[in-house]
Design a protein around this ligand. Sequence first.
Ligand code: ZN
Length: 190
Amino acid sequence: MTLTITLFGNPVLRRKGAKIDEVTPEISKLIDDMIETMHKANGVGLAAQQVDKALQLCVIDIPEDIERGSRMWVDSKQVDLLEYMPMVLINPEISITKKKEIDYEGCLSFPEIGADISRGARVKVKALDRHGNELEFEAAGLLGRAVQHEVDHLNGVLFTDHMQAEDKSSLKPKIEEIREQGIEQAKASP
Ligand code: ZN
C-alpha cells in the first residue's frame, strides 16, 4: 500500500523518532509500505516521519543506474551494495567523517526542490535490519549521503537546515508554498 508523503510544514517532520523495541507485524507492514511508497515516488530514501510516523526507521534503495559513487564496506571489505538493497535501517547510529563532500540533493518532502549540500564523505552505520539483526557497514557516495539525509529525518532535521544561505533565500518562495501545503496536510489528517 502506498502511503501519503508528508510535506515540509507538517510538524511530524520535526519530531524525533521513537526507538523500535521489536519488529512487530505492524512494523513489517510499515516497512513494506514505505519501500513501495519510496519506489513509486522515485526516491532513494524515505524516513518514517515522511509517512507520518515518528519512529527510528528509514528505508533506502540506490538503483544501479544512479549509484553516483556509492560504495559500501562490511568488516572493512568492499561489498556489492546492490545485494543490500532495498536497505532497512532500524534505530540507526552513525558516525560521520570530518572530510566533507558537496553534492546535489533533493527530498520527497520538498517536491521539485534541490540544492548542493555538504555531507561527510564517509559514514559508519550501526543499525538493525528488517529482521531485527545487527547491521554494521560503512558507506560513501550517494549511499553515504542518503544514510546521512535519512538519519537526519529520524532526528527531525531537514536538508534545508544544511542549505547554504543563498540557496535557501533563492528557494524561499517555493519552500513557503510547500510549508503552507504541509500545514494544511497536518490539519486534514486524522
Ligand atoms: Zn528527505
